[in-house]
Structures are given as structure tokens and as C-alpha cells.
Design a binder for this molecule. Sequence first.
Ligand code: PLP
Length: 379
Amino acid sequence: MNNNKIWLSAPHISGNEKKYIDEAFETNWISSIGSNLTFFEEKLEKYLGESKHVSALNTGTAAIHLGLILLGVKLGDEVLCQTMTFSASANPIIYQGGIPVFIDSEPETWNICPKALEVAIKDRISKGKKPKVIIAVHIYGIPYKIEEVRAIADQYQIPILEDSAEALGSSYRGQKCGTFGDISVISFNGSKIITTSGGGVIVTKSKELKDKAIFLATQAKEKAHYYQHNEIGYNYRMSNVSAGIGRGQLQVLDDYVCLRREVHDFYYDLFQGIKGVNVFTVLNDDYFSNYWLTTILVNPKETGGITNEQIKLELDKENIECRLLWKPLHTQPVFKEYPYYGTNISEKLFENGLCLPSSSNLDDFDKERIKQALLNFFE
Ligand SMILES: *Cc1c(COP(=O)(O)O)cnc(C)c1O
């Protein structure tokens, strides 16, 4: 058997991408304007539904940054942010000169805890500072508690920036993730469920906001016969070449969701027979996950002392990539000084959790290698 590296989440080319890239080259539209961009945005708008508008940008991080700008975050403003997430959810708060206030997870979806969120909002208001935005994330493609978080946001009149970077193809009660925020964001980084080689979109409720996002993403050039700038701009637009990759990838999105879910089933069956390891799964039928990454929780008291980290190291030896969960941001040196509300649920998840290789192009040989490595270790 070969020993090629099995990646945690690899790009998966369908074959259609090349056609759209070639089209961009043949028509000489290889920059920030072109039909791939138009098609990519339109197809995604159709896929998401809910009359949403999509602006294509060069990264998901840029989309979060512009989202915060559109929601009015300025110097000194506080932004509530889920602590268990990738750093890119929170970095743009700092780009804006804002102050992140981190919120713990709840154990059922691992996402922002509605109780801790409300405690934080009340406390920040009592301190004289009402938070400007709530950043809620669907980590690993599992929807956050949509209804509870929305109820709190509405009660206190604070908009939600929905970080759906990992959750394209997931849904809650039939509505697609990426449509629940006042502003939403999706990533097409190489590790995500589909890719544009690098890219993201900002999802908004109106054509005006879509145009405003593209205006800001293309250096905020006012309509004039010369370069006129009334506000600060950014160079964040997606290229028409990248959008060509995205156009091809969107055609296979539903297939890739099925494939990732099959990977999840594979692990679910595999760990049925292993005591002390639980495959993380959605709470009930309201939640539909793309299972971007399949994750497990390891309880060393039941595994005979085997920990998440030992499993990772064991699979490393077999050239199989695994990662621990997102390390809660309030425990990161770079964010240490900022407020945090919660009961350390995210830290306990981090202590015991592990992400397993979940690529949509994981083949039967790969699965067999992973299975043998795990079974040998647990025997
Ligand atoms: C990947 C990711 C981002 C950033 O997206 P990029 O396209 O890589 O900039 C933001 N938030 C979360 C939760 C992510 O997983």
C-alpha cells in the first residue's frame, strides 16, 4: 500500500474549472471584471435563496472585515465573538480598531452559547458599552443555535455577522447557512468544502449593500472623471480567474456535501466499536450539516488512557493528518487581554476533541489506511 499523505481537507477539482479559466484567458478578462464573476455570484445567490445578494472577494477574512465595516464597527467599538473558532473570525475586529469580547460554546453545537451571550450583553450594557455586532460561527459545518441567537440579537437590537466560512451546504430547518446573518460570510479557501483557490463572499440583504461591498473592495473609487475618494477603500475583489474555479466547483457542491457526509458515516460506524470515542453529530433533524470536518471527542477515562493528542501523533506516524479543535481564542496569547464570558466549555472541548481527515476525495484506500491505523492503535 502506498504511504501518500492523507490531508485533513484537500481541494477537490471536478474537471469543469479549467474550462472557465480558459474562457477568462481567451476573452482577456483575467482581472477583477468578467463573466465568471457574474455567473459565480448569480449561481450562489440562487443556491442560497432567501433573495440574498452576493459579492465575491479575495478571501473570507476580507468578507468579515467588510461585513464589520458595513455594520458600522469603528475604533473602540465592542464586538461579541464566538471563542471557539479560527482566528480569522476575530482578526478583522482588530483591523477596525474594535474590541473583541469572547463568548463560550454550548455543548450541543459547540458554537456560541446563547446563555453566555446574553450574560455578556447585559454586562457590557451595564458597563456603559453596548456591543455593536455578534459574530456567530457554524464551526465544522454544524449550524449554531439559530433561533436562540436570533432572539437575543433582536431583543437587544444587535446585528449578527454570520461566519459561514465552513458551512456552505449546511442548513437549519431547510434554510441554507449563509443566509441567517444580517450580513453573512462564506470562504472558498483551499481547505473548505469548495474552493476558488482562495476567496470568499459577503452575503447581504440588498442590491445596495452588495454594490457598496464591491465599491469598498475595489478601492472606493467615486464616480468621476478622475480618481475621487471620499472614504477608505480596500483591494479585496475576487479575480475573474478565481471565480472561474468557483463556477466549476459550484456545479459539484451538492455532490461534495454527500461525499463529506459519507466520510462522517464512515467514522461513525468505525467508532461504534471503540469505547470512549464519540463522533460529533447534529442534535436533531432541524440541523443539516455538510460535515466539512468530522470531529470526535475522546474520553481518556473510557479509552484506557488514550487521549486525543495520542491519536493525532499515532496517525501522524502513518502520514495521516489530524488537527486538534480550534483553540478557544480567549486562550490565545494574542487575544488574552480581551473580555471573555462563559464556563469554559470550549476549553474542555479543546482538551478532548480531534478533527479527522474529511476530504470529499478521500478514497476507499485512504479510508482503509485510516481504519487500520485506528484499529491497530486501539487494540
Ligand atoms: C476559513 C475561515 C475563515 C477565513 O476564510 P479565508 O477565506 O481563509 O480568509 C474565517 N472563519 C472561519 C470560521 C474559517 O474557518
